[in-house]
Design a protein around this ligand. Structure first.
Ligand SMILES: Cc1cc2nc3c(=O)[nH]c(=O)nc-3n(C[C@H](O)[C@H](O)[C@H](O)COP(=O)(O)OP(=O)(O)OC[C@H]3O[C@@H](n4cnc5c(N)ncnc54)[C@H](O)[C@@H]3O)c2cc1C
Length: 372
């Protein structure tokens, strides 16, 4: 990597922290600018697929992920009947390799804390309350200016500022996340003892009811419905929706009260088709490709971006423009397949079309089994 000593990263999410770890490990001075006032301590669960786990192991955090999360290798389909009868249990593809489970569920704040600790140990710094408002980038330097007027200059700037990335607009990329027509409630509740993997119910009162164990004691449960204006501070709405389901869902619904942490989000999609960089600034993660979580690949794509970007940066002394172009070339088709496949699954839901969901999921799984 020619003459790059100081790297700035916008966003302390999965993409930003993982890129930060990889760079700090190689002796680069890395600073993350994060608009939040401090580390996030609340949040829902996340489903991490094998290809995400492979990279988390590469980052040196697999032991903690394994200890704090909940590993499993199968996925079940249940009927929308009063017992939520198990229709089929399928082996999931171990996309990270045979020595890693197919899936780990965990609390998002715990995953974030593990990555932050690791970044800290590697020597990186996070500046909280740093909301980047503008960027001045030229052939030698990228300078960020925050809403508080703080200016900082870097040899290279990685924009990992997520779904609603302001950096995209600052780089002249005119694209915004497109709503897909569905929204999801997520709640964190105690784990019913018979919940040991993800089970999905299609064809009930709402598009999907599902859950994922996140530890021995907890799960996150979700219901996907037609997108509407909802208030995340109203978990009792989730409870009303959950009452329509049987089996473990009875206990899930019973567990929810007005204090249950809940979140309601619309599923969106976008993919930046043109360049993912300008001058010394490059976009990674949700900022550049965002998929509805129907295949749970968003975090994996963010992690893979970080690894591929750092590999390309250290591959040779080529100018940054060539390095960033190579990075996008390595990532584009894979990210596109994930975005399009995830979006296709939502479209079938919205259209009430019985598409071959299993074929789509298997095809993506076999693609991401190959390292990025
Ligand atoms: C309902 C839902 C469920 C999902 N479930 C899963 C799942 O189970 N498995 C999975 O793999 N993926 C899932 N995803 C997708 C996954 O969460 C994302 O793909 C992933 O978090 C993207 O990480 P990121 O680092 O790119 O962005 P983010 O995690 O969004 O991080 C961006 C960071 O940038 C900061 N930031 C933004 N703007 C600025 C600014 N101007 N200045 C400074 N800081 C800024 C933000 O505060 C944030 O910390 C889900 C998504 C949704 C919506």
């Amino acid at each position: 990597m020619p003459s790059t000593k100081k790297v700035g990263i916008i966003g302390a999410g999965i993409a930003g922290l993982s890129a930060g770890i990889l760079l700090a490990d190689r002796g680069i001075d890395v600073e993350i600018l994060e608009r939040a006032d401090g580390p996030r301590t609340v949040g829902s669960g996340i489903t991490l697929q094998g290809n995400a786990l492979r990279i988390l192991r590469q980052l040196g955090v697999w032991d903690r992920i394994q200890a704090q999360g909940y590993s499993f290798d199968t996925v079940g389909l249940r009927a929308p009947d009063p017992e939520a009868t198990v229709l089929v249990v399928m082996n999931d593809v171990r996309t990270g390799g045979d020595d890693l489970p197919a899936t780990v569920g965990m609390h998002r704040p715990e995953l974030a804390a593990i990555l932050r600790d690791r970044f800290d140990t590697a020597g990186g710094r996070i500046r909280y309350g740093a909301d980047v408002l503008s960027i001045d980038s030229n052939e030698t330097t990228a300078t960020t200016v925050t809403t508080a007027g703080d200016r900082r200059s870097y040899d290279l700037l990685i924009a990992a500022d997520g779904l609603n990335s302001a950096t995209r607009g600052l780089l002249g990329i005119d694209i915004a996340p497109r709503p897909t027509g569905v929204g999801a409630w997520r709640v964190v509740v105690p784990r019913p003892t018979d919940v040991t993997r993800t089970d999905l119910i299609y064809g009930g009162p709402h598009h999907i009811a599902g859950y994922c164990p996140t530890s021995d004691d907890s799960i996150y449960a979700y219901i996907v419905e037609d997108a509407q204006v909802r208030d995340s501070a109203q978990p009792l709405i989730f409870k009303e929706l959950a009452v329509g389901y049987g089996g473990p869902w009875k206990q899930i619904a019973d567990s929810v009260d007005e204090n249950t942490p809940a979140n309601y989000t619309w599923f969106t999609t976008h993919l930046v088709e043109g360049p993912w960089h300008r001058d010394r600034v490059v976009l990674i993660g949700d900022a550049v490709h965002n998929c509805p979580p129907t295949i749970a690949q968003g975090a994996a794509m963010a992690l893979e971006d970080a690894v591929v970007l750092v590999e390309e940066l250290f591959a040779d002394d080529a100018p940054l423009d060539a390095v960033f172009t190579r990075f996008r070339e390595r990532r584009f088709e894979r990210a596109k397949t994930v975005v399009e496949s995830s979006t296709q699954l939502v479209q079938w839901m919205v259209d009430g079309h019985r598409g071959d969901v299993a074929e789509v999921i298997q095809r993506v799984a076999h693609m991401v089994k190959e390292p990025a």
